[in-house]
Write a protein that binds this ligand. Structure first.
Ligand code: ADP
Ligand code: MG
Length: 696
C-alpha cells in the first residue's frame, strides 16, 4: 500500500487549479497522469527578465517587465493584420501586438486608461517599441506573480509555459517532507539537499548552468531514481536466489561427445562463458544469467553444451527462439550434434498440429525427449515437461522482460528450480545492463571465432543508387546473395512499405524474378515463405524493411545495402551488417545516405566504418541516442528513467548498485528507519511491484 504521505502527489493532474478536461488530456500525454509526473518534468530552459522603469534602445531583444498605461485598442478587421494596443511606458510609446487577438478578452485584460504590468521580449517595429504577445499581464496587485527567472518547460501544442508554470507553483507547494533515504555521508560528500529542496531547486533555475545534469539538485534526483531502480532489481534477484534451486551437475560425458562432434574447437571466450554457466548450473541456487555475444560470436554451441549438462544431470532442457524461422535454424544446428551425442531433440512450433503434436507432447511429458527447440508455442499450457532443468531464451529483447520467468514456471514444482539463461546479440553497455538486467548475472563472449574477415563497410551518397543497383550484377553472377534494407519511416508503417515496394519495383526492373520483398504488413507465414526462398536461393535479392530476422543465417549472403543509413541507430546498423559475410566469403556493407550529412551523422557512420566491436558501437549509440533507442524501449521492458540519464549519471549508477546491495545485506526486509524511508522511495518512483519480494 502506498504510504499516505504520497497520496496527494499520486492524485490526478486535474486536481490542480486551472487544469480542466482539455488540458488534462494534453498534460497526461506530455508528462503523465499524476501530479508527481509533473514534478519529474523538469525545465529545459530559462527566461531571465529585467525590471525596467523606462525603455531604452539597449533593451531591445531583452525580456523585460514594464509598467505601462493603456491608451487605445486598435482591433483588426483583417486576419492578416494584428490586433494592436497603443500604450505608454514612462515617456516612450509602446505597442502591444496580438495575432488573432480576441477583442473581448483583450479589453478585459488591458482596459483603456488603466495601468498594467506586462512582460515580454522588447522589439523594435517601424521605429517604435513593441512587445508581441506579452507572456504575462498583471495588475499592481498581482505584479509579484511575474517571475524574474522563468523556467521554460518542454511543452506540447496547446499547453503554454504559463499554464505549466501555474501548475508547477501548485505542486511545488504541496511537496511533502519525506524522511531521508540516502546515506548521510553520501549526501554530505555530494553536497546534496533534501529530496524536496532538490526538486524545488531543479524547478527554479536562475542561470543556464542549472540545466546541467550534474548540478547537485539534478544529480540527487537522478540518484534517487537510480537507487529505486537498483533496489527493486536487487530485491527480485535476492528473491530468485533464495528460491530453492537445484544443482545440475554432470560427469561431462555428453558434453564430451558434443565437443567431439563439432567441426571446430571453442574459442577461449566461449569456454570462459561456458564455464561461468556450468558453475552457476552446478550451484545450489537457481541460475538467472544473461549471455551476451555479438552476432556470429557463437552462442548456439555454448547453449547446446549447457543443455547437455542439464541432461547429464538427468533433466530436460529447452531453447526458445522468437520466430519460427529462428527456431528451425536452431533446430537444424543443434539436432545433428545432439543426435551424435545420443540425445533426443524435438521441435515445437505453432505449426505442429494434430496427431503429431499429441505424440510429441506425450514423449516430452514421459521424459523420452531430452532437448526441445521451440517458439512461443512452448508457453501453451498443454506443453508439459517431464522434468525441465534449464530454459534458454534466445534474442530476448524480442520477448520482453516479463516473459523471462514464464518459461521457468514449466519446472517440476511449477515454480522454482528451473535455471534460466537468456541470450542476446545486442551488445549492451555496462550501465544499461545494470539497469535493465540488474537482476541477472552476466556472461560475455567478447571475441569472435577466428578467420572472420571484417565486413567492408562503405558510406555512399544515395544519389548514386542507380550505380549501386547496377553493380550487383557481378555479385549475382558469382552466386552471392544480397539484402537491401529500406528506410524506416518514422511512425508510419504505410510509408515504410511504400518505400520498400518502390525499391522492389526498381530492382525487379533490373533483375526480374530474382528479387523478393518482405515487410511488416505481410502475414507471418508469407514472410516465412519469402525468407525460405531467399535461404534456398530461389530469390537472390531480398528487399526488406527492418523486419529482417535478426538471427537468421544465410551463409551465401554477402552484401548488405541500407538505404538512408543516417536514420538508423548504430547498434541497429551493426546488427544488420552482422547478417553478411558469415559463410567465409567476404562481406560488403553499403550505407546509403541522403546528403549533406551533419558533422554528427558523419561521425556516426564513421564509427561503423572504423570498428566491428559491438560494445563500442553500443556505447556510442547510448551516448548519442539514449537507452530507449538502443534496445527499443517497449520491446525490451527497459525501465524508462524520468530524471536519470544513463550516460551522464553512470558514476551515480555504480554507487547506487553497491548501495542497494549493502542496504539489503544489512536490512533484508527494509524494516529499519532507513529501510522504511527506502520503501517510500520505491513507491515514489513506482517501483513498488518489487515490494512484494520483501515478504518472501
Ligand atoms: P550467434 O552468436 O550469432 O548465435 P552462432 O552460434 O550462430 O552465432 O555461430 C555463428 C557461426 O559460427 C556458426 O556457423 C557456428 O557454427 C560458427 N562457430 C561457432 N563457434 C565457432 C568456433 N569456436 N570456431 C569456428 N566457428 C564457430
Ligand atoms: Mg544466434
Amino acid at each position: 500500500m502506498r504510504p499516505e504521505i504520497l497520496y496527494q502527489l499520486f492524485s490526478p493532474v486535474s486536481k490542480l487549479t486551472g487544469i480542466g478536461p482539455r488540458l488534462t488530456a494534453l498534460i497526461e500525454k506530455l508528462a503523465g497522469p499524476n501530479i508527481i509526473d509533473l514534478a519529474w518534468h523538469l525545465p529545459s530552459g530559462l527566461v531571465t527578465r529585467q525590471q525596467v522603469t523606462s525603455l531604452t534602445p539597449d533593451l531591445i531583444d531583452q525580456n523585460v517587465i514594464v509598467t505601462l498605461r493603456v491608451d487605445q485598442h486598435q482591433p483588426s478587421r483583417n486576419r492578416r493584420v494584428p490586433y494592436r494596443i497603443q500604450c505608454h511606458a514612462g515617456d516612450s510609446p509602446l505597442t502591444l501586438t496580438f495575432f488573432n487577438g480576441r477583442e473581448g478578452y483583450l479589453r478585459q485584460q488591458l482596459p483603456e486608461g488603466q495601468e498594467r504590468i506586462v512582460s515580454g521580449k522588447l522589439e523594435e517595429y517601424a521605429g517604435d517599441y513593441q512587445i508581441t504577445h506579452p507572456d504575462h499581464i498583471a495588475t499592481n496587485e498581482t505584479a509579484a506573480t511575474i517571475p524574474t527567472f522563468e523556467p521554460v518547460y518542454p511543452l506540447t501544442a496547446g499547453v503554454t509555459n504559463a499554464t505549466f508554470l501555474k501548475a508547477a507553483r501548485q505542486f511545488l507547494a504541496m511537496l511533502p517532507d519525506l524522511p531521508e533515504w540516502n546515506d548521510a555521508s553520501l549526501v554530505t560528500r555530494e553536497g546534496w539537499k533534501s529530496w524536496k529542496d532538490s526538486l524545488i531547486e531543479a524547478h527554479s533555475p536562475t542561470t543556464e548552468v542549472d540545466f546541467d545534469r550534474s548540478t547537485p539538485a539534478r544529480a540527487r534526483l537522478a540518484y534517487d531514481e537510480l537507487l529505486a531502480n537498483q533496489l527493486a532489481l536487487e530485491l527480485v534477484r535476492r528473491s530468485m536466489k533464495r528460491k530453492p534451486g537445484r544443482s545440475l551437475v554432470g560427469k561431462g560425458e555428453v558434453r564430451e561427445k558434443v565437443r567431439a562432434a563439432l567441426p571446430f574447437t571453442l574459442t577461449a571466450a566461449q569456454n570462459n562463458a561456458l564455464k561461468e554457466i556450468e558453475d552457476d548450473m552446478a550451484g545450489p541456487h537457481r541460475m538467472l544469467r544473461l549471455l551476451q555475444g555479438d552476432v556470429g560470436s557463437g552462442k548456439t554451441v555454448v547453449a547446446l553444451l549447457a543443455m547437455a549438462q542439464a541432461v547429464e544431470a538427468g533433466a530436460q532442457a529447452t531453447i526458445m527462439a522468437p520466430t519460427e524461422i529462428l527456431a528451425h535454424q536452431h533446430f537444424n544446428a543443434i539436432e545433428p550434434l545432439a543426435t551424435e551425442a545420443g540425445l533426443k531433440c524435438l521441435l515445437i512450433t505453432g505449426r505442429l498440429k494434430g496427431k503429431k503434436r499429441t505424440e510429441v507432447l506425450a514423449e516430452l511429458e514421459c521424459g523420452a525427449v531430452d532437448l526441445v527447440v521451440g517458439t512461443h508455442a512452448l508457453f501453451q499450457e498443454d506443453v508439459r515437461f517431464h522434468d525441465l532443468g534449464l530454459a534458454i531464451i534466445d534474442e530476448q529483447h524480442r520477448f520482453g522482460v516479463h516473459q523471462r520467468l514464464a518459461l521457468s514456471a514449466k519446472g517440476r514444482d511449477g515454480n522454482g528450480g528451473v535455471d534460466v539463461l537468456v541470450m542476446t546479440a545486442t551488445p549492451i553497455p555496462r550501465t544499461l545492463a545494470l539497469t535493465a538486467y540488474g537482476d541477472m548475472d552476466v556472461s560475455i563472449i567478447a571475441e569472435k571465432p577466428p578467420g572472420r574477415k571484417p565486413v567492408d563497410t562503405r558510406a555512399i551518397d544515395l544519389a548514386r543508387l542507380d550505380a549501386v543497383a547496377e553493380g550487383l550484377k557481378r555479385k549475382l553472377a558469382a552466386g552471392e546473395r544480397i539484402y537491401w534494407v529500406c528506410p524506416l519511416v518514422e511512425e508510419s508503417q504505410v510509408l515504410d512499405v511504400a518505400a520498400a515496394e518502390e525499391r522492389f519495383t526498381t530492382l525487379q526492373h533490373l533483375y526480374g524474378e530474382q528479387v523478393g520483398l518482405i515487410h511488416g504488413r505481410l502475414k507471418a507465414d508469407e514472410k516465412d515463405a519469402t525468407m525460405r526462398r531467399f535461404m534456398a536461393g530461389e530469390i537472390k535479392i531480398l528487399v526488406a524493411t527492418t523486419v529482417i530476422e535478426v538471427g537468421v543465417d544465410v551463409p551465401e549472403a554477402t552484401v548488405m545495402i541500407i538505404e538512408h543509413a543516417e536514420r538508423f541507430g548504430l547498434a541497429q546498423l551493426h546488427q544488420l551488417r552482422g547478417r553478411v559475410g558469415r559463410g567465409g566469403l567476404e562481406g560488403t556493407c553499403l550505407l546509403l545516405y541522403s546528403g549533406p550529412l551533419s558533422e554528427t551523422q558523419k561521425a556516426r557512420l564513421g564509427i561503423l566504418r572504423e570498428t566491428e566491436d559491438g560494445f563500442r558501437i553500443a556505447e556510442e549509440d547510448l551516448r548519442l541516442r539514449g537507452a530507449g533507442e538502443l534496445l527499443g524501449t517497449r520491446q525490451s521492458g527497459l525501465p524508462e528513467f524520468k530524471v536519470a540519464d544513463l550516460h551522464a549519471h553512470s558514476r551515480l549508477l555504480t554507487i547506487a548498485r553497491d548501495d542497494a546491495r549493502l542496504i539489503l545485506e544489512k536490512d533484508r526486509k527494509l524494516d529499519g528507519k532507513r529501510g522504511k524511508a527506502l520503501k517510500t522511495l520505491l513507491y515514489l518512483f513506482e517501483r513498488d511491484s518489487a515490494i512484494k519480494y520483501l515478504s518472501g
